[in-house]
Design a binder for this molecule. Structure first.
Ligand SMILES: [Zn+2]
Length: 411
């Protein structure tokens, strides 16, 4: 919050016209300093136009000339909130230079050349570097990622890779560990964001999961090193691992709790409003109040399997609608017979209750034979990258002073 306020103040300062000392140019490839009397820079504020932004610095005719000069390469009517701009004015008030950051990689540049303004777009590219990061879970995946010196986004990306095998909300244990080979994108030596995860490993208890990214002809996905797709018919959990539901706490286990119930389902205790996602591709066969389950959605999937999502605060699907895996269908609540906000998740096969955590769903299509050699090369390379960093030691487990709260009884 403090940071946002500081940034706001900074943006305000930047919006004010700045008198630059002679010889100091604010913009890359700026014209000769003697042509520049004044530089105005800032970021585009919400719901504004270029004319309004430059109101104090440039007459309407000047703004119009700028827009017309830029038009062959970019429409300046489409300026976006938060994007940076800079305007350099000559002593006579004419534009000598204007830049606008279209996006991270493209900058519109308008320069005065003699009597005319010339526009072009300067494109850059990210510096991409692959790094292997290792961490071990003491309290949460977010905590482990941050302790490894990384951005919490990496925890979300990692959870997506293994979303069919691990419920990162409820199934992590102290001592579980990961290694991940990921692209880091940077500009001017400054980290911007993560790129592709090329390979990842997750040690969960005794189980070692490995993922290799492979760009096959029919699409990109993650595979076990033997070529088995990680994608399966059912997600491990209908609740996505995200910042909101995690409470962003590095010191405690995730507040989403899971328990099996006496009524043949799984209860996920989670905050009201937490998005609920379809566990698999399917068709909505019921959406509305269902006795003790309150607001509920029922989906039918291939192979005679159905899933039910109960106690919803909000239903986000209608009967007959096709939904794809991971699509939002409602939100956690406590409608029906529920003593606290939670999701009741149940699965039926041929009309009989079945345990969703034990479902053996058929894996997606394997890699076509003619792409096997390319996969083997990608797999070997990913494994080499993962193994470039030693796996975190599993013997050391911190004393348990942040005990998982005991789940309470709920329908
Ligand atoms: Zn329940």
């Amino acid at each position: 919050m403090k940071l946002f306020r500081a940034l706001g103040a900074l943006a305000l300062v930047l919006l004010l016209p700045v008198q630059l000392p002679k010889g100091m140019s604010a913009v890359r490839a700026a014209p000769a300093p003697s042509d520049v009397a004044r530089v105005v820079r800032g970021t585009v504020s919400p719901r504004t136009t270029l004319a309004a932004l430059l109101d104090k610095s440039l007459p309407r005719a000047g703004v119009h000339a700028l827009v017309e000069a830029a038009r062959p390469v970019y429409n300046l009517a489409r300026i976006s909130t938060g994007r940076p701009f800079a305007l350099a004015l000559a002593p006579d008030g004419l534009v000598t230079f204007f830049t606008y950051g279209i996006d991270e990689l493209r900058t519109l540049r308008v320069r005065r050349v003699g009597e005319t303004l010339r526009a072009d777009i300067v494109e850059r590219s990210f510096d991409v570097k692959v790094e292997t990061i290792a961490g071990s879970i003491r309290s949460s995946l977010f905590g482990a990622v941050v302790a490894a010196g990384e951005d919490d986004q990496l925890a979300l990306d990692l959870a997506e890779v293994f979303a069919w095998d691990v419920d990162f909300n409820t199934e992590l244990q102290r001592g579980d560990s990961f290694r991940v080979a990921v692209e880091k994108l940077s500009l001017d030596g400054r980290f911007v964001r993560y790129g592709r995860i090329l390979g990842a490993e997750f040690q969960r208890g005794e189980r070692l999961l490995r993922a290799v990214r492979f760009e096959a002809s029919r699409g990109t996905g993650y595979y076990a090193p033997d070529g088995t797709p990680l994608r399966k018919q059912f997600l491990r959990s209908p609740l996505r691992f995200d910042r909101v539901s995690s409470g962003y706490s590095a010191s405690r286990f995730h507040p989403i709790l899971q328990r099996f119930t006496s009524h043949f389902g799984i209860d996920f205790a989670a905050a009201t409003g937490t998005p609920v996602n379809a566990a698999a591709d399917g068709v909505v066969v019921a959406a509305g109040v269902m006795d003790g389950f309150g607001n509920a959605v029922k989906l039918r999937h291939p192979n005679g399997i159905e899933t039910l999502y109960g106690h919803l605060s909000r239903i986000g699907a209608r009967v007959g609608q096709r939904v794809s895996q991971g699509a939002p269908i409602g939100a956690v609540g406590q409608t029906g017979l529920a003593t606290g906000p939670h999701l009741h998740y149940a699965m039926f096969r041929g009309g009989q209750y079945t345990n969703p955590m034990k479902i053996e769903s058929a894996p997606a299509e394997p890699i076509p034979d003619d792409e096997r050699p390319a996969f083997r090369a990608a797999s070997a390379s990913a494994i080499r990258m993962i193994e470039a960093v030693a796996a975190p030691l599993r013997a050391y487990v911190e004393p348990d002073n942040t005990r998982r709260p005991a789940p309470t009884r709920r329908q």
